[in-house]
Design a protein around this ligand. Structure first.
Ligand code: NAD
Length: 262
């Protein structure tokens, strides 16, 4: 098992969904964690304290908004100040919006590019000097099957996720002779609030049941016809922090039930 005791992981967008699973996976491997994201303060505090109780590590919360570069730098600084270092950065925060391009709201395009792509640039930029001093680090960018292939009506999301994989490769090259690695994880469908909304919209539009919409969503793209799970993403992220993964650099790893094999 990978031992991350003494290390600190910052996971953006970790108040729900897959991000929370990454934070809990790092905590289970012994790391202190900084969680981030939106939600009701009581719910966030419940998740934060559960991490401390369940895994006997320390957990801090950063309210940084991933559309604001100064707040992103503050989030990295909070991790360094609270725990002495930030060693692992998971750029996970993401939003979705679905529309034909000619009707795509400009403010949705700007928000998706900011949260799903630019926030990773700002966080990596803020953290890199510290990682270089310690000559160890793991940067994991959460892209998507939509970072490798496209679907209609997802112009901003597909553009941002393809961009995030490009950013991953550049950072991997710039750190290739160091102890710092940068890789991307590309989930297929994982049942989280982000996907549940798409299922509900689909059921409402096609006047079908939510279960039927779920089955159709899977069979359209994901040959396994099963959702990948947040816990599977978490275990892969922890593996990427192991010594065994130290020469995995600049790759985009699909966890998509065969989606991008087609
Ligand atoms: P989710 O909606 O459950 O969680 C998103 C998280 O991001 C939440 O914690 C939310 O508070 C946070 N967030 C949103 N806007 C933010 C902002 N401006 N600043 C800070 N935090 C913000 O989504 P999820 O399904 O868990 O997705 C997590 C990541 O995985 C995203 O990048 C998403 O694109 C990617 N992904 C998800 C799937 C899937 O099937 N669920 C598939 C491929 C990729």
């Amino acid at each position: 098992m990978t031992n991350l005791k003494g290390k600190t992981a910052v996971v953006t967008g970790s108040t729900s969904g897959i991000g929370l699973a990454y934070a809990r996976a790092f905590a289970s491997a012994g790391a202190n964690v900084v969680i981030n994201g939106f939600g009701a303060p009581a719910d966030i505090e419940k998740e934060r304290s559960a991490i401390e109780t369940d895994f006997k590590v320390k957990a801090a919360y950063s309210p940084a908004d991933m559309t604001k570069h100064a707040e992103i730098a503050e989030m990295i600084a909070l991790g360094e100040k609270t725990f002495g270092s930030v060693d692992v950065l998971v750029n996970n925060a993401g939003i979705q919006f679905v529309s034909p391009i000619e009707e795509f709201p400009i403010e949705k395009w700007d928000a998706i590019i900011a949260i799903n792509l630019s926030s990773a640039f700002h966080a990596i930029r803020a953290l890199m000097p510290q990682l270089k001093i310690r000559n160890w680090g793991r940067i994991i960018n959460i892209a998507s099957a939509h970072g490798l292939v496209a679907s209609e009506h997802k112009a901003a999301y597909v553009a941002a996720k393809h961009g995030l994989i490009g950013l991953t490769k550049v950072v991997a090259l710039e750190t290739a002779t160091t102890g710092i690695t940068c890789n991307a994880i590309c989930p297929g469908w994982v049942l989280t609030p982000l996907v549940q909304k798409q299922i509900n919209d689909r059921a409402a539009q096609a006047k079908i049941s939510v279960d039927q919409a779920k089955a159709e969503l899977l069979s359209e793209k994901q040959p396994s016809k099963e959702f990948a799970t947040p816990e599977q993403m978490g275990e892969l992220a922890v593996f990427l922090c192991s010594d065994a993964a130290s020469q995995i650099r600049g790759v985009a790893i699909p966890v998509d039930g065969g989606w991008t094999a087609q």
